[in-house]
Design a protein around this ligand. Structure first.
Ligand code: ASP
Ligand code: MG
Length: 422
């Protein structure tokens, strides 16, 4: 039996009708049993759904925004299907359900849960269109609701995988189907123990592909992107970026930790644990080799640049001239853990603790509120975190000149700064 292969197609690879036609060609040329295809929401749909939530929160007109999103999906269908095809009523049906969900009560307290129920529609709608189109082309695939497979806890927006239940769901539900046909499912979404929809964090579809692969001992995962593979910098920012032919799991994981957006940070670990190779390839040039990530055991020495946006630098200062001790760091970290905020960079001094975190609605407010009694809290928003792996002095000098620097850190292999771009 051929080993299972998992393909992941992200938003850019299904952003319009032509992209979906291109996906079908990639699929047609590689069609086989034991293929799982993970598809995420079309183009910027998840951002649009986030805007709908935002408007709903402010009691503004979210309805028009949702109608625009519906019109966009229906127009894509217009280009892909005959007018009497059932896909049109299926998409309208998803939008009726979406509107019912958005009308539910929304407060600061249930925000995260509400968010997951709403944003999950992007993936459900995209996979409906792609499945219908593939089947229409004679490429039979089975549609699978990912919420029946990816079982999680109830940490909405950042749900943690319940590996045992996910593995048995995959083996019970996916394996028999894969023996007959390729299976198409959604990225990013899952369900908690009572069936409420959860999500794995923004851009989480890569992680979905890795979870399914790990649970079924797949032979490989391929992430299809609009870039040639993993590059040493974001080509949209730095046009001279060069392609890595191969990368060790460790180096790739490190890059994603610092904010390289080419792969979701959680993708590598489950694959590395099972020695499943990860290919990152271009859907615009599917025959090209792309990047292979595996246990090569070699550190690639090419300098690598990573920029993370929307960073907040928060400083907790001691109020009574005492020095920072372990218990203070512990106190700050406990609060961060409760709020599910991850620290991107930490620096302590005699009388203060500085951390760098991602922007998230309401979270900073809650953090400041809970720690204001113990520390003098200051923060700066709208910053960038620049990381250079394998830096040289010229690079550090050139890039530092582009920032008003607020914090800097350096090890033998990594240079990092937090600041405002000039
Ligand atoms: N659609 C989700 C997002 O945009 C998940 C993904 O793209 O992987 O964050
Ligand atoms: Mg997406």
């Amino acid at each position: 039996m051929a080993k299972i292969a998992v393909y992941k197609f992200g938003g850019a690879s299904v952003k319009d009708a032509d992209s979906i036609k291109n996906l079908a060609e990639i699929f047609r040329n590689r069609l086989r049993k034991n293929l799982i295809v993970v598809v995420s929401a079309m183009g910027k749909t998840t951002n649009a759904l986030e805007e709908i939530i935002d408007l709903r929160l402010k009691s503004e007109d979210w309805y028009s925004k949702s109608s625009i999103l519906e019109a966009f999906h229906l127009k894509v269908c217009d280009e892909l299907f005959e007018s009497e095809h059932p896909v049109f009523s299926r998409i309208k049906n998803w939008f009726i359900q979406l509107k019912l969900v958005v009308e539910r009560p929304l407060t600061k307290e249930n925000y995260d849960e509400f968010y997951d129920q709403v944003v999950s529609f992007g993936e459900l709608i995209a996979t409906t269109i792609v499945m219908e189109y593939l089947c229409n082309q004679g490429l039979i695939v089975l549609w699978q609701d990912a919420r029946e497979l990816i079982r999680t806890n109830s940490e909405f927006r950042f749900a943690k995988v319940d590996w045992e239940r996910t593995r048995s769901a995959c083996q019970l539900q996916l394996l028999p189907k894969l023996d007959l046909f390729p299976v198409l499912t959604q990225g990013f979404i899952g369900a908690d123990h009572i069936g409420r929809t959860t999500t794995l964090g923004r851009e989480g579809s890569d992680f979905t592909a890795a979870i399914l692969a790990a649970c079924l001992d797949a032979g490989s995962v391929t992430i299809w992107k609009d870039v040639p593979g993993v590059l040493n910098a974001d080509p949209k920012r730095f046009p001279n970026a060069t392609l890595f032919d191969e990368l060790d799991y460790k180096q790739a994981a490190q890059m994603t930790f610092y904010g390289a957006s080419v792969i979701h940070p959680k993708t590598i670990k489950p694959l590395a644990n099972k020695s499943i190779p990860l290919y990152v390839k271009s859907f615009l040039n599917p025959e090209a080799k792309g990047t292979m990530i595996y246990g090569s055991g070699k550190q690639n020495p090419i300098p690598t640049l990573i920029v993370k946006e929307k960073q907040i630098l928060v400083t907790f200062q001691m109020t009574d001239f005492s020095f920072v001790e372990e218990q203070h760091i512990h106190q700050v970290y406990r609060e961060l853990d409760l709020l599910k905020l991850r620290v991107n960079l930490l620096q302590t001094s005699a009388i203060g603790i500085s951390i760098v975190i991602d922007y998230q609605l309401f979270k900073l407010e809650k953090l400041v509120e809970s720690l204001a009694k113990s520390f003098k809290v200051r923060y700066n928003e709208g910053l960038q975190l620049l990381t250079i792996i394998n830096p040289d002095e010229d690079l550090i000098r050139d890039f530092s000149a582009n920032y008003t620097i607020m914090l800097e850190q350096r090890t033998r292999t990594t240079f990092q700064l937090v600041g405002k771009p000039i």
